[in-house]
Design a protein around this ligand. Sequence first.
Ligand SMILES: [Zn+2]
Length: 403
Amino acid sequence: MMLNCDSLWLGANLVTLRNGCYHIIEDGALAVNAGRIVWLGAHADMPEIHAERVTHFGGGIITPGLIDCHTHLVFGGNRSHEFEQRLNGASYADIAAQGGGILSTVNATRQADHDSLLHSALARLRPLLSEGVTTIEIKSGYGLDVAAELKMLRVIRALAQQQPVHVVSTCLAAHAIPPEYRGQPDAWIEQACQSLLPAVAQEHLADAVDAFCEHLAFSPQHVERLFTAAQALGLPVKLHAEQLSSLHGSELAARFQALSADHLEYATEQDVAAMAAAGTVAVLLPGAYYLLRETQCPPVELFRRYGVPMAIASDCNPGTSPALSLRLMLNMACTLFRFTPEEALAGVTLHAARALGLQDSHGSLEVGKVADFVHWPLAHPAELVYWLGGQLPCTTIFRGEPR
Ligand SMILES: [Zn+2]
């Protein structure tokens, strides 16, 4: 029987990432209809297919589109000045005393209007897209009052209208204690639960709710209150946990069936076991580890032993990871955390999709999934992880159409 479809892609090896492994199909064929993959396999095994458009690559590999599953891409200003001050000898305390640190980004974000936030975020989004990113998660969390958080979330939603990329929006109202609530984080959490989250749900401005569980931010009790409110509104949760100390936030996240727990340098075996039982993804962020010159590695061997899927993300943010390349994070995950290149690639495809709840539609080359994929003129996928920085040529297909 003849299969009719919109486009057929030939002449490259398919790196499918099915089950999080390379699963390479040599000399593959991939057929797309209505933005979905309708057939893939070896060209030699292809049934009769009639396609409106046929593309022959003449070599190279095709991977799933890359997924950056943890970013803070939308913010006002930047902190390059503080970066320079620190390297000139200023301490964190000096910088904080001058109104620096995260609160300087909060001030700049509150002062910026919708269009200027959109404009500056687009400038950071473009380099990520140019290296094959087809899905990106972006968090709020620099507004820290109801109006400014809603403004950030609307900018995140607007980005998806500006560029051919799938944008997942996360409300991170519990990122830092707002200056107006210093010494009374409970009151901000109540405000977030009673005013912000209902407004977010009403306007469909977020796909998930996140928090920063740490001594210098919010306690497990605050997170529990916020997560309970989020789930009552039907919003899934995720958590910044165990970055600087062990508070068992990741175990708490697992109790709420969190999509992911992120950072995890100080996660214990008890946390890892709870995450495994709940299906919570470990999102590891080598850019922040690198910039903060951390020495405590996340427990990669424990995640492997318990079968916790590991994702990698840029964590693009103005303070601890001003990263504009997801591919550089692949190399860092291997060099700093001892990932294998295959694990790293799974960490920005299938497991990153799972961290966003998109594992049934994104993250691997499989029939029925969205046709987001990238052609690279490379012989082997390990090269994506091996080259340090720079720009590799690639052709990105988003929802079946060349971008
Ligand atoms: Zn983050």
